[in-house]
Design a protein around this ligand. Structure first.
Ligand code: ADP
Length: 442
């Protein structure tokens, strides 16, 4: 396309030459008049094309685009090319969008896109059906206005989405959803809602089976254990050369009873999807009790007590189920005792971190190799099977801890170094933390 400035310069030069020539053969006034009329025609021509362009922009149809002349011909040709590219890009975008919508709608899980302020930006029809949403009316509404489950709201604001959240349908209590939240780089969140009803039924059958078997075994084992104990305690009832076998039988019966108790506890906690009590747990009292129990365990296992220190922020309490939390903390502290050689140091702390609260157990024990750490909360996973058995372990302790913490929206963090020691930290969300007004002495 020729440069419009060159064309204008060329026109003015030609017009000026003609006017100069007219001036030579006639008067200056006529020459000036011709110059003005020429300029007027030139500007008028451009104004007319500008007008056509403006009219076309009001209804930009490729078939109506004027052809133009002079510089306008090139301009309109370029515009035509841009418009064609634009239409092609638009078609490609529409096709991609349609493909995306088809794929997203075919996914059986419900997908919801949340804004950084947790408002619904977009969702699939499956999500609408699962959560009773209507994108037309609910777009830009906060998700917490529509999914009013208290624990879901706590999970959403907690911003730790490493574990999925189980949500009972409020329209049909038989239906159970698993909610996965994924934080996107744009600060938006992708919420995936999966119907777990069938899987949950199978899982619940498995849990019931384990619970029933454990329950059925409990009575015979108690009877066998009781008789073994009575026989061992009765003078002359067991010949001396059989006493060793009797002791072994008693030990193993006792071990089986403990495994059964832990299995029953695990299945009770796992199958309980109701939220735990929200009673305020007096952490100062609880910590002291746990310290005493740990000293007792240390004495019974090693005869020499460990050094067990307590550091408590006495202004801090927690909302939750006292018995569950006590069981989780006791498990962590008893592990520290059992996996720390005699005379070692154990430090139990309870403190605030910003709005959250941290319970931690730090020991100077045998430590754990890195490759085992992510598997420790699996049922029956043990790094050192021999030591676990010797010290009365069942291999279920950390599994129980994990499930109790999930129920309290808390997170377990484990760091460890072999032969140096381990740290087990439990991080509670701010929704569970109670800051006492008056300071109570620890
Ligand atoms: P167990 O009854 O065997 O202790 P847990 O579930 O409580 O079962 O722990 C799982 C495994 O994690 C243990 O067998 C042990 O190998 C390891 N473990 C747990 N706590 C500690 C700790 N404080 N120091 C070293 N190892 C630990």
């Amino acid at each position: 396309m020729p440069d419009i400035r060159l064309k204008a310069l060329f026109f003015i030069c030609v017009l000026s030459t003609v006017c100069l020539f007219i001036w030579l053969i006639s008067t200056a006034l006529i020459a000036l008049l011709v110059f003005a009329v020429g300029l007027l025609f030139y500007i008028g021509g451009h104004i007319s094309w500008l007008h056509k362009l403006q009219t076309w922009f009001k209804n930009p149809d490729l078939n109506n685009l004027p052809e133009g002349s002079g510089v306008w011909e090139g301009l309109f040709a370029t515009l035509l090319k841009y418009e064609r590219n634009n239409i092609n890009n638009q078609k490609q975008l529409n096709a991609a969008l349609e493909r995306f919508n088809l794929t997203a709608n075919a996914i059986p899980d419900g997908l919801i896109l949340l804004s950084p302020n947790n408002e619904i930006e977009w969702c699939t029809p499956n999500a609408e059906a699962q959560l009773g949403l209507d994108l037309k009316t609910d777009r830009n509404l906060p998700i917490v206005n529509l999914v009013r489950d208290r624990l879901f709201i706590a999970h959403l604001y907690n911003e730790d989405y490493s574990e999925p959240f189980k949500l009972k349908s409020w329209r049909n209590p038989e239906v159970l959803y698993e909610i996965h939240l994924i934080a996107l780089a744009t600060k938006q969140k992708l919420m995936i809602c999966r119907d777990m009803t069938q899987l949950e039924k199978v899982d619940s059958m498995r849990r019931d089976f384990i619970a029933n078997v454990s329950h059925e075994l409990r009575t015979p084992l108690t009877v066998v254990g009781g008789f073994l104990e009575t026989l061992s305690d009765t003078e002359g009832a067991v010949p001396d050369h059989f006493k060793n076998y009797f002791n072994l039988m008693s030990e193993q019966t006792f071990r089986m009873r403990r495994i059964i108790e832990d299995l029953l506890m695990l299945s009770t906690i796992e199958s309980n999807i109701d939220e735990p009590d929200d009673t305020e747990v007096d952490m100062t009292k609880l910590m002291k009790q746990i310290q005493n129990d740990a000293l007792g365990l240390s004495q019974s296992l090693y005869k020499i007590k460990h050094k067990i220190e307590l550091s408590i922020d006495s202004e801090l309490n927690i909302l939750g189920a006292q018995n569950e939390l006590q069981s989780a903390f006791t498990n962590l502290v008893s592990n520290a005792v059992r996996y720390t050689p005699k005379g070692g140091n154990i430090r139990i702390t309870w403190s605030a971190l910003n709005d959250q609260a941290i319970f931690s157990v730090i020991d100077s024990g045998i430590g754990i190799e890195q490759q085992h750490i992510h598997r420790l909360t699996e049922r029956f996973y043990r790094v050192d099977r021999g030591r676990s058995r010797e010290t009365g372990g069942t291999g279920l302790g950390l599994s129980i801890v994990k499930h109790i913490l999930i129920r309290h929206q808390a997170k377990l963090e484990i760091t460890s170094e072999v032969d140096v020691g381990s740290t087990f930290c439990v991080l509670f969300p701010k929704t569970r933390v109670v800051k006492k007004k008056s300071v109570v002495e620890a």
